[in-house]
Design a protein around this ligand. Structure first.
Ligand code: PHE
Length: 357
């Protein structure tokens, strides 16, 4: 049986010395494979006398299982080493700073959208979207502004060249058409906000031909003006971070709301600069009202059962007031010095817990 002992130590050291999984597989085939050395020896058992066979058979079986379990053990070690090596090679140090040559900032409009979404999100509003290129019906008619309505003139609309069939598409002049699209697609209760681009042919320090608005729409059975007021007062105080910010609702007119109100917030003018808070100035920041029953009916919602409120505000405007940005046109000049000054650090994600700016 000496040759079995010799083979045992030879095979076991070959197993230990195998440096990778492929090498180990080679050792296994050479020992236990169909033509492996242990297998060959076992084939020889048939030529032995019963007495010899009993002894040799037991020894070879022991050898076989010893070698097999040594291989399994080594295999587990090598697989673990394989994983360790890959983990080391593919390691990412998450504590490293962002690539210094690519320092980036969040644009104040993106930041403002995140802040507004965080605040209304906490009140249960979800974000909806619609197309920038609209048809006349969604942008005007369904919002209770038929063709001859004078309010259309105030919108300084950009018209696209008319299609062959005669319909002229427009760049939406406000985010209100998404009210229509949402009410057509969903059944009440509805509670959405719509941050997005709007377009009007106008440009000066407070007007840009492309700008951003956030629309709000809530439709339910017993919605009333008190809900509108509570929601918007809460928004203004949270967004501007002033707990007792004075908020004023001033009667106004929009074809798609009845009654309508514009919302002003309190401010002071100190040394020529506006400060949000108590004072004798008022700053208009948004338009709002109860959804006109005619608009509900245009969308197939029964206005004898449902009522709603809606609002719309300019995002550049509220960003300018909060962050002291003097000219709306600078938002879209892509001047890196401006972005470095007014931009936000990417990981400062606004929330009601960490603060909204
Ligand atoms: N769409 C209006 C605008 O652009 C704002 C508004 C929206 C007013 C919803 C009332 C209700 O001026």
């Amino acid at each position: 049986m000496d040759h079995v002992d010799a083979l045992r130590s030879e095979l076991l050291s070959a197993v230990t010395e195998a440096g990778d999984l492929a090498g180990l597989e080679g050792v296994r085939v050479a020992a236990l494979g169909r033509k492996g050395r242990v297998t060959q020896l076992m084939k020889g058992l048939g030529t032995m006398s019963p007495e010899e066979r009993k002894q040799a058979g037991a020894a070879l079986n022991a050898l076989k299982s010893e070698v097999a379990s040594a291989i399994e053990l080594r295999k587990a070690e090598l697989s673990q080493a394989d994983i360790d090596a890959r983990l080391m090679a593919e390691r990412v140090d998450v504590s490293l700073p962002a690539r210094p040559e690519r320092e980036g900032f969040i644009h104040p409009i993106s930041q403002t959208i995140d802040e507004v979404v965080a605040i209304f999100g906490e009140m249960g509003f979800t974000v909806a979207e619609g197309p920038d290129i609209e048809d006349d019906w969604h942008n005007f008619t369904a919002l209770n502004m038929p063709l001859e309505h004078p309010a259309r003139q105030e919108h300084d609309t950009f018209y696209l060249p008319s299609a062959a069939e005669g319909e002229r598409m427009v760049l939406r002049t406000h985010t209100s058409p998404v009210q229509i699209r949402t009410m057509q697609a969903e059944k009440p209760p509805i509670r959405i906000i719509v941050p997005g681009r709007a377009y009007r042919c106008d440009s000066d320090a407070t007007h840009s031909p492309m700008f951003h608005q956030v629309e709000g729409l809530l439709v339910d059975r017993a919605t009333h003006m008190g809900h509108l007021k509570g929601c918007l007062i809460e928004f203004c105080r949270t967004y501007f971070g002033v707990d007792d910010l004075p908020v004023r609702f001033r009667p106004s007119y929009f074809p798609f709301t009845e009654p309508s109100a514009e919302v002003d917030i309190g401010a002071t003018r100190e040394g020529g600069e506006f400060r949000i808070g108590h004072g004798d100035e008022w700053l208009e920041i948004l338009g709002s009202g109860m959804v006109n029953p005619a608009v509900l009916e245009n969308c197939g919602i029964d206005s004898t059962v449902y009522q709603g409120f809606a609002f719309g505000m300019g995002l550049e405007r509220i960003a300018m007031l909060k962050y002291g940005i003097p000219d709306i046109r600078t938002f879209f000049e892509s001047d890196l010095r401006w972005l470095r000054h007014f931009g936000f650090v990417p990981l400062d994600i606004p929330s009601l817990v960490t603060g909204t700016g």
